[in-house]
Design a protein around this ligand. Sequence first.
Ligand SMILES: CC(C)(COP(=O)(O)OP(=O)(O)OC[C@H]1O[C@@H](n2cnc3c(N)ncnc32)[C@H](O)[C@@H]1OP(=O)(O)O)[C@@H](O)C(=O)NCCC(=O)NCCS
Length: 259
Amino acid sequence: MFERVREDIQSVFHRDPAARNAFEVLTCYPGLHAVWLHRLAHGLWGFGWKWLARLVSNFSRWLTGIEIHPGAKIGRRFFIDHGMGIVIGETAEIGNDVTLYQGVTLGGTSWNKGKRHPTLDDGVVVGAGAKVLGPFIVGAGAKIGSNAVVTKEVPPGATVVGIPGRIIVKSDDEQEAKRQAIAEKFGFDAYGVSQDMPDPVARAIGQLLDHLHSVDDRLEGMCSALKALGSDYCAKELPALRDEDFAEVKDAAGDKPAA
Ligand SMILES: CC(C)(COP(=O)(O)OP(=O)(O)OC[C@H]1O[C@@H](n2cnc3c(N)ncnc32)[C@H](O)[C@@H]1OP(=O)(O)O)[C@@H](O)C(=O)NCCC(=O)NCCS
């Protein structure tokens, strides 16, 4: 038990630069008090002492301003910063190393019994005031922006902002890898053409590369289908693009071709 308490305190130091010492964390962090009281309430709930569990949970709400239903399943090193106004529903599930800020709701959108609240996988961060509503999964490491309203599944690693929540960062480097692959295929240097480039021209080129990738995939598929039908139409190699081919264009633009 003390081990768990110690790691709870450590998780505050990792995630709140304002934390000064263990005594202060132990006594002045309502998020921690709410988590500890929830562990007690959840245990009582599991034993079938449901009224007592609700009573403990209600006491915790009165003390901390954080309402966690005793049925909610919460992993290790869960950190609630500030806390006031948080509501976590009965069937919510929270993985390890999850962080919530004040005003977050992990709620349901229906009155049906059964799973109706979200599941937050490991390492998810939910910003102040965000509402995550419904029985879907928020993938590991995803970030929900402050005041976002999220009602659909969020892929691992994605960042979601706004109402309704929209993804602003792809979950992994898959998109980037695809762009790089297609850029290399066409002899184009895609250096710096990434999703988070603020340059609109670079973004447009990125979109073109994505489109080229889709077209390329489709052509590959058609070629395989033709081959399966006995055609050798796709046996011919595509002509390679060479730098010299662009020399005239570069000259016309007053630019010297690369040596
Ligand atoms: C969503 C969040 C995690 C994104 O952080 P990030 O990955 O560093 O992203 P950026 O700050 O570079 O922002 C990326 C884009 O999203 C926008 N954005 C960021 N947070 C947003 C939010 N909550 N709502 C709407 N748009 C948001 C930015 O304006 C930016 O838009 P642009 O590309 O058009 O300029 C962060 O902004 C956030 O909301 N964190 C919660 C923090 C919190 O609640 N703190 C409370 C402390 S008391």
